[in-house]
Design a binder for this molecule. Structure first.
Ligand SMILES: [Zn+2]
Length: 266
């Protein structure tokens, strides 16, 4: 999380993209209802076509089958960069809230907002200027930016090391490139993001901070297995196994470091 003069730039690892996206969408000024282009990918274990249709989106999920067994592996909806769909803030919030618990939402979009009247700003390719659609204000740089850039391929659980092993810092740097969000650096946006991402460090984070880094380390130290009669169904067996352990959270705010350990049982 980098706090720049006007922008708040956040990089995150896989599985944090939906939380980050909700923050970006909520930060878009109240009353901004212009449409913007959405691209990316939705991946789920179940068919979500009906949900998309119910939201009024002309999109469908395609079943991806395993080559050998022909069993459905997952459902995917690809929104190609060449054929983006038009959405607005309200629809996006509905989409994310409806699908976030059952799907991976790997979306990218960019919204420019006029700093004078909070309307949509578009880039004029001829003049290379950003022009407000409502008040006509022209700026060299867009007044406010709200954007998400997410990779469309989830990282594989085990990546084989090639060449020189990476240091912890390098590993983190690679991981947080999965999703990048930009929002306008306001008091409200800062509070919302910190509340969302690091509620357990509210007292430690100083009010004037340039960079915040948060690392989660999961340590599973015990597995509680379900009854023996479920042994035959490996999928169900895995699902019902309880993992006990601790989550070690390390927060660095500029040069200060804080730690929090949370015990879990899931
Ligand atoms: Zn304007």
């Amino acid at each position: 999380m980098k706090f720049q003069k006007n922008k708040l730039v956040v990089g995150s690892a896989f599985e944090y993209e939906d939380v980050l996206m909700l923050s970006v969408l909520q930060a878009i000024p109240e009353g901004f209802d212009a449409e913007f282009e959405l691209t990316g990918k939705i991946i789920s274990g179940q068919d979500f076509t009906d949900t998309l249709k119910n939201l009024g989106l002309d999109l469908a999920a395609k079943a991806k089958k395993e080559k050998e067994t022909k069993k459905v592996q997952n459902y995917v909806c690809n929104i190609n960069v060449k054929r983006p769909v038009l959405v607005n803030k309200k629809l996006m919030l509905e989409l994310v809230k409806t699908l976030q618990s059952s799907c991976y939402l790997l979306f990218s979009f960019t919204v420019y907002v006029c700093s004078k009247c909070a309307s949509k700003v578009v880039l004029n390719p001829d003049t290379k200027m950003y022009t407000c659609e409502a008040c006509g204000e022209e700026e060299k740089k867009p007044g406010k930016e709200f954007s998400m850039k997410t990779k469309t391929t989830p990282p594989r659980p085990t990546t084989k090391q090639k060449g020189v092993p990476k240091t912890e810092t390098q590993k983190i740097a690679t991981k947080i490139k999965f999703c990048q969000a930009i929002l306008s650096n306001t008091e409200e946006a800062r509070t919302m993001l910190i509340n969302e991402i690091a509620p357990d460090f509210l007292d430690e984070i100083p009010s004037k901070v340039k960079v915040i880094e948060l690392v989660n380390n999961y340590h599973v130290n015990n597995l509680v297995f379900p009854p023996r009669e479920l042994m035959k169904n490996s999928k169900l067996f895995r699902k019902l196994t309880i993992r006990e352990g601790s989550l070690e959270r390390i927060l660095r705010a500029d040069k200060n470091s804080f730690e929090n350990v949370i015990q879990f049982k899931i």
